[in-house]
Design a protein around this ligand. Structure first.
Ligand code: Z5A
Length: 220
């Protein structure tokens, strides 16, 4: 009798997140990376946080609305993670299981930076919520666009009106930046820190180099 073999499941896809403070250039880099991946012929799923699902996009509108002045730090944290839980379940896990690559504009590090560093929520409390929302899913590579706060704010101002979080003061964004640096210290192997003060083409090149080494690991 011949044994029937289950078809082999595809290798898990790769998960890349983009992070950075205000005006660091994530959208600019994302546009460049879309071009890079298209030239490579790689099928990539692009998504963002908060957002990426119908309920996540509704939460995004709520949480960034400047009229929502009374949102507390814990409420903000839970809203970010509520959107994330839906994204993980409906988008990230299925795509990665199917072998697709995913490029996500922000992920859990943003909560540690903004709600942890910026708002002062304890790291241990964030980790509790993270366990429930993501089940421990982390990116394979996180590209952190690092820029002094003053430079980022000048760039962001060129874009026009500020949302609820962008309306925070400089010291908030200094704490956000410091919290990102703490994440890098804690997990240096996952992060690639990009000097976001460089011209956009140089930032893209550095990002592509980091992604190329991920592709090599993936092929092994
Ligand atoms: N948030 C949170 O608090 N907690 C969480 O868990 C999550 C998010 C997930 C929305 O995020 C907000 O949600 C965000 C954090 C919070 N609030 N803040 N602040 P978002 O990612 O959607 O929004 P954003 O942070 O404001 O990103 P952005 O609007 O997409 O900006 P950006 O991507 O960093 O910048 P950009 O649009 O690419 O560039 C800004 C300007 O600089 C523009 O004129 C560019 O042409 C110029 N630029 C870009 N790169 C360069 C270089 N290299 N040189 C010179 N000029 C440049």
């Amino acid at each position: 009798m011949t044994a029937t073999r289950e078809p082999a499941s595809p290798p898990r896809g790769r998960f890349i997140s983009l992070e950075g403070g205000e005006g660091a250039g994530k959208s600019t880099l994302l546009a460049g990376l879309r071009g890079y991946f298209a030239r490579q012929g790689r099928d990539v799923l692009y998504t963002r946080e908060p957002g990426g699902t119908p309920v996540g996009e509704a939460i995004r509108v709520l949480v960034l609305d400047p009229a929502q002045r009374g949102i507390g730090a814990e409420t903000e944290l839970l809203l970010m993670f509520a959107a994330r839980a839906q994204l993980v379940r409906d988008v990230l896990q299925p795509a990665l299981a199917a072998g697709r690559w995913v490029l996500c504009d922000r992920f859990v590090d943003a909560s540690y930076a903004y709600q942890g560093g910026g708002r002062g929520v304890e790291v241990a409390r964030i980790a509790e919520v993270e366990r429930i929302a993501t089940g421990g899913l982390l990116p394979d590579l996180t590209l952190l666009l690092d820029l002094p706060v003053a430079a980022g704010r000048v760039r962001a101002r060129q874009r026009g009106t500020a949302d609820r979080i962008e309306s925070e003061r400089d010291d908030f964004f200094q704490r956000v930046r410091a919290a990102y640096h703490a994440r890098v210290q804690a997990e240096p192997a996952r992060f690639c820190v990009l000097d976001a003060a460089l011209p956009a083409a140089a930032v893209l090149q550095a990002a592509v180099t980091a992604i190329a080494s991920l592709s090599v690991e993936h092929a092994r």
